[in-house]
Design a protein around this ligand. Structure first.
Ligand code: AKB
Length: 313
């Protein structure tokens, strides 16, 4: 029997590309896309789609039983900047959706979970450069606190109940199919749209704000690789550091200027600057490399080329 996969938050930035990639890999009907609201029409038409609130255990269980789901990818979450505006809503969404899938696995209704963590688990007291897998973690944002707590619960459910949950700490993700929403790293996507439409962009982070970033193809490959790895290779059951590149808004603008020489960048840091200042500048992902063979393929040059090519189509 081919396995059935459920994606929660399938219409979001990661969920959209993950749905397309998993459908290519396992067949359209084996991958059930779901979200609390409708999204891209092509995505919804490419296979089964369910309107589903991941915090509603009963509704989630019904979908899991109906489609005989084996694996759940929980991509529904409120990101860092929005979570600062709605702390309790963020906490409820980010934690209750996780407990729902962990409990489904504990009760043997699903067999494997992917749950994304983030570089937001680190905080102002964490060493900034080449941040290690295990280091000081004192997040100062609601989103970061929810991700750090989620990591502890994932590890607990693995150790206590044998739940097969796998996770990576995503850096900022750069993609051209779906816009991100409510994150601190969103500037790194908006900049390409504005460079093409207006030849100028005002960054909401200061020019020297260096953050870890990744092109979406790498993020999707990491996600599927960790899920398809033999269980004994997954030695970290909280979440793995993941890295590809690190750059500042100024370096990004210079990179875009190689393709659009009259592109102009200005800076007007807002409340997101404080969040960015609390996060690492670069990440050491050697543990993921060693355990399950992770290696990023896209640097900033290649990312810029892909983004400008695809957005100009
Ligand atoms: C955000 O900016 O909130 C996210 C993240 C780094 O987890 N992109």
């Amino acid at each position: 029997m081919p396995k059935s996969i459920l994606i929660l938050g399938a219409c979001g930035q990661i969920g959209t590309e993950l749905t397309y990639t998993l459908r290519e890999r396992y067949g359209n009907d084996q991958v059930i896309a779901s979200d609390i609201r409708e999204g891209d029409k092509d995505l919804m038409a490419s296979g089964p789609f369910e309107l589903l609130d991941a915090t509603n255990y009963g509704a989630l269980e019904d979908v899991v039983m109906h489609y005989e789901i084996d694996e759940v990818y929980l991509m529904a979450a409120m990101l860092s900047a929005t979570a600062e505006k709605f702390p309790m809503r963020a906490w409820n969404l980010n934690m209750n959706s996780l407990f729902n899938v962990l409990n489904l696995a504990k009760d043997n209704k699903i067999s494997k979970i992917f749950w994304p963590s983030s570089i937001a688990v680190f905080g102002p007291n964490t060493p900034k450069e080449q941040t290690a897998q295990n280091t000081i973690m004192e997040p100062s944002t609601v989103y970061g606190i929810s991700k750090q707590t989620g990591e502890r619960w994932c590890e607990y459910y693995f150790k206590k109940y044998g739940v097969d949950v796998r996770s990576v700490r995503y850096p900022g993700l750069i993609s051209h199919k779906t816009l991100p929403g409510g994150g601190t790293t969103d500037y790194a996507v908006e900049i390409y749209h504005k460079a093409l439409s207006d030849k100028e962009y005002t960054s909401f982070l200061g020019e020297d704000s260096k953050l870890p970033m990744m092109f979406m193809d790498d993020a999707i490959r990491a996600t599927i690789t960790i899920m398809e790895s033999a269980p004994e290779k997954i030695k970290v059951r909280s979440s793995y550091n993941l890295a590809a590149m690190s750059f500042t808004p100024k370096e990004m603008a210079e990179n875009i200027k190689k393709h659009i020489p009259d592109f102009k960048m200005s800076y007007a840091p807002d409340s997101r600057q404080q969040i960015a200042d609390s996060w690492p500048s670069s990440i050491d992902d050697s543990v993921a490399q060693k355990d399950w063979g992770w290696k990023a393929e896209f640097d900033l040059d290649r990312t810029t080329q892909e983004m400008l090519d695809n957005l100009s189509k």
